[in-house]
Design a binder for this molecule. Structure first.
Ligand code: A3P
Length: 322
């Protein structure tokens, strides 16, 4: 069953027929809405969110382009902001998947009961989302909610996306070679793409409002987890004090959220995350290699050069060091 089938049974056909469409990665089509390419589920979530989501000033938003490290950063931020509530030895992340603990805004907003339950749970609330900056609910901006944005190397994002989408792609859709994914990605046609517009809007927002938008990278977190976790905690008004005990806490969080630890947990080997009534993913698919530079195993030198050139062209002028 495709998302498209499910959606077109509903009454929004008019909206769809007026939107430009392109070949999809996981579903048959992606639709262009306000210059971004979205799958139907995401489109529906964004529409719903525009109608009824109202942020609270304490809400925290983790924003990523898909496959930039959402699962990892969900775990890290969740562990940081809740560290007074949970012991590491019996931490909820040992038995629940990161996507169970931290919902995607565009998914949870489609289920009123789940949303209300989450809204009345402990505060501050952490939401993850892939929504582009220009489509964020206005209350997120007007309340000055904290936003953490995670960037990952474009080539690794493409390769991670392609691996993920081909696993989830229904078998009756035509095959989807990486060359097709590469061409679509370069044209901007990827989930929540163009990737570079997604990045540059948040990058600019982080320059304009550094207290409100923190821009981090997957690669920096890999290289310097201590520095990045400390920075994250400070930005989220949950700073670690100086001292041995706090240093141990930082180390515990880094270990808890490490790729090897999370991937090997029973819940992440066998569990399934139901994002909506139409979309479920086995947790194990969120843990593939977790490495920097895996693109080398999938892209030719020419493809990599072409992609680096686009990244330089699109992001170079923004002062972003790419
Ligand atoms: P790879 O496909 O390159 O392995 P997202 O969470 O945004 O969907 O991104 C998934 C990517 O993050 C995958 O990359 C996945 O393996 C990696 N990942 C998941 N958990 C991680 C962790 N704890 N540490 C580092 N990388 C992680």
């Amino acid at each position: 069953k495709h998302d498209d089938d499910e959606y077109t049974k509903n009454d929004d056909n008019d909206m769809l027929t007026n939107l430009p469409k392109e070949k999809g990665w996981r579903t048959e089509h992606l639709y262009q809405y306000k210059s971004f390419w979205l799958a139907l589920g995401a489109l529906k979530g964004i529409k719903r969110m525009q109608q009824c989501f109202k942020a609270q000033p304490t809400d925290i938003f983790l924003v990523t382009s898909p496959k930039s490290g959402t699962t990892w950063f969900k775990s890290l931020i969740y562990a940081i902001i809740n560290r007074d509530r949970f012991d590491i030895s019996s931490h909820p992340l040992l038995t629940k998947g990161p996507h169970d603990r931290v919902p995607f805004l565009e998914a949870i907003i489609q289920n009123e009961d789940s949303y209300n339950d989450y809204r009345t749970s402990s505060s501050p609330l952490l939401f993850a989302t892939h929504i582009p900056y220009s489509l964020l609910p206005t209350s997120v901006i007007s309340f000055g909610c904290k936003i953490v944005y995670v960037f990952r190397d474009t080539k690794d994002v493409l390769v991670s996306n392609w691996n993920f989408m081909t696993k989830l792609r229904p078998k009756d859709l035509p095959s989807f070679p990486i060359e097709d994914a590469f061409d679509l990605f370069c044209k901007g046609v990827s989930h929540y793409g163009p990737f570079w517009d997604h990045v540059s809007d948040y990058w600019k927002a982080s320059l304009e409002n550094p207290d409100r938008v923190l821009f981090l990278t997957y690669e920096d977190m890999k290289k310097n987890p201590n520095v990045c976790v400390t920075k994250l905690a400070k930005f989220l008004d949950k700073p670690f004090a100086d001292g041995e005990e706090e240093e141990d806490q930082v180390q515990d969080i880094i270990k808890l959220c490490s790729f090897d630890n999370l991937r090997n947990l029973e819940v992440n080997q066998t569990g399934v995350q139901h994002f909506s009534s139409q979309f479920a993913v086995e947790n194990r698919h969120f843990f593939r290699k977790g490495e920097v530079g895996d693109w080398r195993n999938h892209l030719t030198v020419e493809m990599a050069q072409q992609m680096d050139q686009i990244t330089k062209q699109k992001l170079g002028g923004t002062g972003f060091n790419c």
